[in-house]
Design a binder for this molecule. Structure first.
Ligand code: LLP
Length: 451
């Protein structure tokens, strides 16, 4: 894996930190050339807690949760928002999700264990996964999770058997692949036909399987689910998906005489990774999806279901930043300028994996214009290990603190220990104070599982 060639014609954008608009967490400000988030000096925080460091702006995170909850409720009374924990989850985050009155999507036993350890009500948990193990299903059913989202017919038998053993009837959803091609990176597109996820609609497979679910003991078909992909900018795909799903609900009612009570449209709303990105707002997303569902229900003459959405990225990504310290500067004339930091693909794999783009600044020069184009490389033994490709940044010096924005989702949860790198701590900042919510990994942690 190597880096894409640097674009030598690219000019630095000359922006100062506060000119980065959409990528800034809500409480970002610059005082005396230092970047502050949640009233906390990022330069001082980096020096006391060390780098690499994940920082979450708690006010920003909570406001996004509230905006989701309130805008869905305002447009559609019988609705609930499910936080997709795969984007980011630690115990403190699970507590905040509970306090904000949201439900939780877990995609395995580990996320479930984290939620339950904080007293998160199991009845508000939705369990996903295309290959949940029998052990995970047992953990979920014995904990009393609200819904299990069936991904295949094979899983139907497993859920039925385990629920029977526990003497319960488990509420389930069926995850449908609606055949909608979302406008996003192919690796994170999930609703199209060629997908490992869900029941395909081809050859009427999903519809036929509904009959199997209805005929299976110890499961109750409560709803249908779809998820068409992630980091989606064009909302038309959501309207299409809603229409396909409601049409299926109507047909189930007509032909099987069963009313589907709940419809879960998944997550996927895109966010700004670049200052000039202009994603749809949470409020607009709520207006569009709720009106799409209402229109489709009118057209197909079915009663309005309870409506669910399960966003992850658009709730937590913009609230998070990652801090690093500059350790090495290396200029290759007419090739590129490297700024190497004390992290990289172990704390943010998204650049190597998807060529994701991020906006960086130097937290101790935050009021200055970004005058250089650099590649922010990591410290790992891999040529493709970079956090930012061809990014504008202030003039870098050794020891500077680099802050990379929009890293609240799919960075911590996708982190690894490559090269024996201990994973960073997670700090929440709010009202001028901070608290470590996940401590930094130690060498002892790394060695603790070896025998
Ligand atoms: N529901 C289901 C069933 C999902 O699979 C996902 C994401 C979500 C909800 C939340 O989607 P969001 O609102 O966050 O887009 N690692 C990739 C993203 C993978 C998304 C996987 N599923 C990335 O870093 O871009």
């Amino acid at each position: 894996m190597s880096l894409p060639a640097s674009d030598l014609s690219k000019k630095a954008d000359g922006r100062t930190t506060m000119e980065l608009g959409a990528v800034l967490p809500e409480t970002a400000e610059v005082r005396d050339d230092h970047l502050f988030i949640g009233g906390v000096d990022m330069v001082e925080l980096a020096r006391t807690e060390g780098t690499a460091l994940y920082v979450i702006d708690e006010a920003d995170l909570r406001h996004r949760m509230e905006r989701y909850r309130d805008s869905f409720r305002a447009n559609y009374e019988n609705s609930d928002v499910i936080y997709a924990s795969k984007a980011f989850l630690n115990k403190e985050c699970a507590r905040i999700v509970a306090q904000e009155g949201l439900c939780l999507d877990v995609s395995g036993g580990g996320e479930l264990a984290c939620a339950l350890s904080t007293g998160f009500p199991a009845s508000r948990v939705f369990m996903h996964g295309n290959n949940k193990t029998p052990k995970e299903l047992d953990e979920a059913i014995s904990a009393g999770v609200g819904r299990i989202v069936l991904d295949t017919r094979i899983e139907l038998g497993r859920v039925s058997e385990i629920a029977g053993r526990h003497g319960v009837v488990q509420d389930v959803f069926m995850r449908i692949t609606p055949g909608v091609e979302a406008d996003t990176h192919e690796y994170i597109r999930t609703g199209c036909e060629d997908s490992k996820f869900g029941f395909t609609m081809r050859e009427d497979f999903a519809f036929k399987c509904v009959q199997d679910v209805l005929n299976t003991p110890n499961v109750h078909l409560k709803g249908l689910h779809c998820h068409i992909g992630s980091q989606i900018f064009s909302l038309e795909s959501f309207r299409e998906a809603a229409n396909v799903m409601v049409e299926l609900m109507a047909r189930i009612e007509r032909e099987y005489g069963i009313q589907i009570e709940e419809l879960d449209l998944g997550g996927g709303l895109g966010i700004a990774y670049q200052a000039e990105d202009n994603p749809t707002s949470i409020e607009e997303f709520a207006r569009l999806t709720t009106s799409a569902v209402k229109d489709a229900c009118t057209e197909h003459n079915v009663p309005l279901p309870r409506l669910l959405v399960e966003p992850g990225r658009s709730m937590v990504a913009p609230a998070g930043v990652t801090l690093y310290t500059v350790g090495i500067l290396k200029t290759l004339p007419n090739i590129r300028k490297f700024v190497a930091v004390d992290g990289g693909m172990s704390d943010n794999i998204r650049t190597a994996l998807y060529h994701a783009s991020y906006e960086p600044v130097i937290a101790n020069k935050a009021g200055q214009p970004r005058t250089e184009i650099v590649t922010i490389a990591g410290k790992h033994c891999e040529s493709g290990d970079a956090v930012v490709l061809d990014g504008s940044i202030q003039h870098p010096d050794l020891g500077d603190i680099v802050c990379v924005f929009s890293t609240g989702a799919y960075c911590y949860t996708m982190a690894s220990n490559y090269n024996g790198q201990p994973r960073p701590a997670v700090v929440f900042v709010k009202d001028g104070t901070y608290r470590v919510t996940t401590r930094r990994e130690t060498y002892e942690d790394l060695l603790s599982r070896d025998v």
